[in-house]
Design a protein around this ligand. Structure first.
Ligand code: AMP
Length: 186
């Protein structure tokens, strides 16, 4: 069985950066729904046109749309062969149920990168991404508390949640995540 993992955390928690390193370290494919959507917007595909306004407003793309994309990606050969680290998905209870229906057996670990609201707001304002206006940041954090934070309980019930303190340097946080994954995989 290949390794399947999910990384959760507020936007601005450093989750994307850590996900890239962790995926490389453990030889799994990094799947970022945010990156996939941004690429679609850039290419001007149907999905991109559909997602752009929602993303600019800090809203969520509908569950059926995003779950369809993830399901297709998980079925591709590289992912089937190497396993995956999902970054930015699932974000709602509906998406978690969808994920369970198409990847339950492979899902072994959910990492929650824990950083406070105050700290992520400051980090996001400093990174200067196009969709990082103050309103969009506030909206995304609000949605995270309402839609995504309740998923933590779902992952606890599944017995696969691991909470990582996301404060400190990138290297410190990385080391904590690696330790947690290795501990879990033993
Ligand atoms: P991210 O890079 O993960 O912060 O994603 C950027 C934006 O893409 C989000 O603010 C959402 O508008 C959209 N997005 C990414 N992943 C999802 C998802 N799983 N469900 C709904 N919308 C998403």
């Amino acid at each position: 069985m290949t390794l399947g993992m999910v990384i959760l955390g507020r936007q601005g928690s450093g989750k994307g950066t850590q996900a890239i390193r962790i995926a490389e370290r453990f030889g799994v494919i990094h799947i970022s729904t945010g990156d996939m959507l941004r690429a679609a917007v850039k290419e001007g595909t149907k999905l991109g046109l559909q997602a752009k306004d929602i993303m600019d407003a800090g809203g969520l793309v509908p569950d059926n749309v995003i779950s369809g994309i993830v399901e297709e990606r998980l079925a591709e050969e590289d992912v089937v062969e190497s396993g995956f680290l999902l970054d930015g998905y699932p974000r709602t209870a509906g998406q978690a149920l969808d994920l369970r229906s198409f990847a339950h057996e492979n899902l072994q670990l959910a990492i929650n990168l824990d950083v406070s609201i105050e700290e992520v707001t400051e980090r996001m304002l400093n990174r200067g991404r196009e969709d990082d206006t103050e309103e969009a940041i506030a909206r995304r954090l609000e949605l995270y508390e309402a839609e995504t934070a309740p998923l933590l309980k779902w992952f606890i019930d599944e017995g696969i949640l691991c909470v990582i303190d996301g404060r400190g340097t990138e290297i410190e946080v990385y080391a904590r995540i690696v330790d947690a994954i290795e501990g879990k995989l033993q």
